[in-house]
Ligand binder design. Structure first.
Ligand SMILES: CC(C)(COP(=O)(O)OP(=O)(O)OC[C@H]1O[C@@H](n2cnc3c(N)ncnc32)[C@H](O)[C@@H]1OP(=O)(O)O)[C@@H](O)C(=O)NCCC(=O)NCCS
Length: 269
């Protein structure tokens, strides 16, 4: 059963510490993604990450972990940044703002540590995640990675190639500050839309309908790669009353960039 709103408001967001809390993250990871053991990020990686400047931030209902955000430090062209590898909220606690609160805590901690950029990847077929990332947090995407992790054992992937968009969260940009601190959504001219049908979740989960999901993935991959190569970025997202989603692509008018890696935006074949 879904928790009541007051129960969710009682939940505290704080850094995890100690082996037991890191173990709880590993357990929640298994619960949320249902990966085979080989695909699991093990306890040792949580221990290491915390020691080398990464982030393990938990959402706690009393002493019980109900969500976490996990990131590791990275570097690109001489610029340090944080790569957020996982964000998870227990199913029964979802859609009450905990995912967003975990990300905001990541941002606060990243600013305190002197970072300007948090990145993570997300499946462009996930309508909910695109809305959270682009609309609610102010991240943007302009890099596409084809079959990023190879094939995955998680049922969330539905047996499709693990295509990912890279979310860039420039945490001190005008775009993010206006959205998060002044409640002002970014304005831009929409030059292209790339749509995802609401049925995508059902199609991924069904053997009979999976080819339809694969077809959408293939079409959107090409459209997004073409758009990114022409200098567009996914700056917004819209959902209609039926639950269909659309990426809104335009030109970002700020100059934040550490330049992308060679593996993205070029290997769709
Ligand atoms: C992604 C995840 C962490 C989000 O956590 P959460 O606590 O539900 O997130 P929030 O409540 O802060 O935000 C969810 C937003 O999506 C919206 N949403 C929910 N279902 C949706 C759907 N089917 N389509 C579009 N938007 C949807 C919610 O309304 C909310 O937006 P709002 O704040 O504008 O109302 C959680 O769903 C999860 O653990 N998913 C499985 C693992 C995963 O995909 N992790 C992220 C990639 S690493």
């Amino acid at each position: 059963m879904s928790p009541t709103v007051p129960a969710v408001e009682r939940i505290t967001i704080r850094k995890c510490s100690g082996i037991e809390e890191f173990k709880a993250c590993v357990d929640l990871q298994k619960e949320v993604w249902n990966f085979d053991d080989l695909d699991i990020v093990p306890l040792r990686m949580f221990v290491v990450s915390e020691k080398i400047g990464g982030q393990i931030i938990g959402a706690f209902d009393g002493s019980q972990l109900v969500g976490f955000a996990f990131s590791i430090p990275g570097s690109r062209n001489g610029h340090p940044y944080l790569h957020s590898h996982m964000l998870a909220v227990r199913d029964s606690f979802r859609n009450h703002g905990l995912g967003r609160r975990l990300k905001l805590a990541q941002r606060e901690d990243a600013i305190a540590k002197g970072f300007e950029l948090l990145e993570w990847t997300f499946d462009p077929l996930e309508i909910k995640n695109a809305h959270l990332n682009l609309v609610r947090l102010g991240a943007l995407a302009r890099r596409y990675s084809v079959n990023h992790y190879g094939f995955s054992s998680s049922p969330l992937q539905g047996g499709l190639p693990t295509d990912r968009l890279v979310a860039e969260w420039w945490i001190k940009s005008r775009r993010v500050i206006n959205l998060l601190e002044k409640d002002t959504s970014p304005q831009f001219r929409v030059e292209k839309k790339v749509s995802v049908p609401a049925q995508i979740y059902a199609w991924k989960a069904s053997d009979a309908d999976r080819p339809k999901a694969a077809e959408v993935q293939k079409r959107n991959r090409q459209q997004l790669l073409d758009a990114f190569r022409s200098g567009l970025a996914a700056l917004g997202y819209e959902r209609d009353a039926q639950g269909n989603g659309s990426f809104l692509l335009g030109r970002w008018d700020e100059n934040w960039s550490y330049a992308s890696g060679p593996e993205e935006n070029g290997n769709e074949d």
